[in-house]
Design a protein around this ligand. Structure first.
Ligand SMILES: NC(=O)c1ccc[n+]([C@@H]2O[C@H](COP(=O)([O-])OP(=O)(O)OC[C@H]3O[C@@H](n4cnc5c(N)ncnc54)[C@H](OP(=O)(O)O)[C@@H]3O)[C@@H](O)[C@H]2O)c1
Length: 297
């Protein structure tokens, strides 16, 4: 496993992190349900492989509870990032995701997350969206700073995207930023540069384009970009397309950690191998960028 510095946190983070949204369990959304036994195997295998950043959220069904239950005894081995502003509503079969920007909800999120995750401290508490104006006017940034002084969180983060992200970064209060990026969806490149200039740790989601054309759950929009850019021509022999996409993302030093999610031990092993292989040659990364840019014009 390769490691990098997560911006001003100075934490030595594994370049490959783990996103646990796929471990959300029943009565949430999507077509697949991962059971407890598989969640336990995958979470432990992620740590065994040297991954030391796990991302979750109160919005992800059983994910927080499973991390607490299955990794409590290994808590010192990883950086735990969860989210706040989450006000999900459980219906009979489905979880409705809602975000509410009040102190009551954020306090409740922190209390519930600490309990479910079976920990005394959340390493990174990220606002799960929200605009600069909302977070400032509601006093929620000060609230997180109070949590930090009290010792229940270590760092303040934001998980966001365009169009809100540039204004949020200008506030200069976040230690980390979570942002979508892959060679098929490079629209946040400037935001990432802005975040690095502010000293933020950059956590990339969507960094393997959900498995790209190799995914079990297909994403037609991403596959169309892949096809039109004729990226099959560039995949080195012996590499899957998913591994190629992940390595492209990891080839950028400014992407401090890429939280790739999977519920499959085989895919986890593939992702770990891709991360271990290190960056792709710079001219290959540039050729991918050039081709995708031409398609997205
Ligand atoms: N707004 C937000 O804050 C936000 C939004 C979205 C996500 N997130 C976070 O970011 C994390 C990552 O999200 P994401 O969108 O990148 O991915 P994700 O939702 O975690 O899912 C990744 C997808 O890629 C597939 N996959 C993984 N490795 C593969 C491989 N080697 N070959 C083929 N398919 C593979 C997985 O399927 P298998 O299970 O079959 O491997 C899964 O369907 C999430 O888990 C969550 O923690 C945050």
């Amino acid at each position: 496993m390769h490691f990098g510095t997560l911006g001003k946190t100075q934490f030595r983070v594994s370049r490959l992190g783990f996103g646990s949204m796929g471990l959300r369990g029943p009565r949430t959304w999507g077509v697949r349900v991962v059971d407890d036994a598989q969640a336990e195997r995958v979470l432990n295998a992620a740590l065994d492989a040297g991954i030391n950043l796990i991302d979750t959220a109160p919005d992800y069904g059983l994910s927080e509870e499973r991390i607490g239950r299955f990794l409590k005894h290994r808590r010192a081995q990883f950086l735990l990032a969860t989210k706040c502003g989450c006000d999900p509503l459980q219906h009979a079969d489905q979880l409705e995701i809602r975000h509410t920007w009040t102190a009551e909800v954020v306090r409740r999120n922190l209390e519930t997350s600490l309990q479910r995750l079976q920990t005394d401290v959340i390493d990174i508490l990220q606002f799960h969206g929200g605009s600069a104006e909302t977070l400032q006017q509601s006093g929620l940034i000060e609230l997180l700073q109070t949590f930090r002084k009290q010792g229940s969180i270590r760092w303040l983060g934001i998980s966001s995207a365009l169009p809100e992200l540039p204004r949020l970064l200008q506030l200069g209060v976040f230690d980390t930023v979570q942002v979508p990026w892959s060679c098929l969806q490079p629209q946040h490149s400037d935001c990432i540069a802005q975040a690095v200039a502010k000293g933020c740790g950059v956590i990339v989601r969507g960094g393997m384009a959900q498995g790209g054309p190799d995914a079990q759950i297909q994403r037609p929009v991403l596959n169309d970009i892949w096809q039109r850019a004729q990226l099959d021509e560039l995949v080195p022999s012996g590499s899957s397309r998913a591994q190629f996409i992940l390595r492209c993302t990891l080839s950028h030093a400014s992407h401090h950690s890429v939280i790739a999610g999977t519920a499959s031990l085989e895919h986890l092993a593939e992702n770990v191998a891709a991360a271990a292989a290190g960056p792709l040659p710079a001219d290959l990364v540039e050729e991918v960028r050039r081709r995708v840019h031409a398609v997205l014009q």
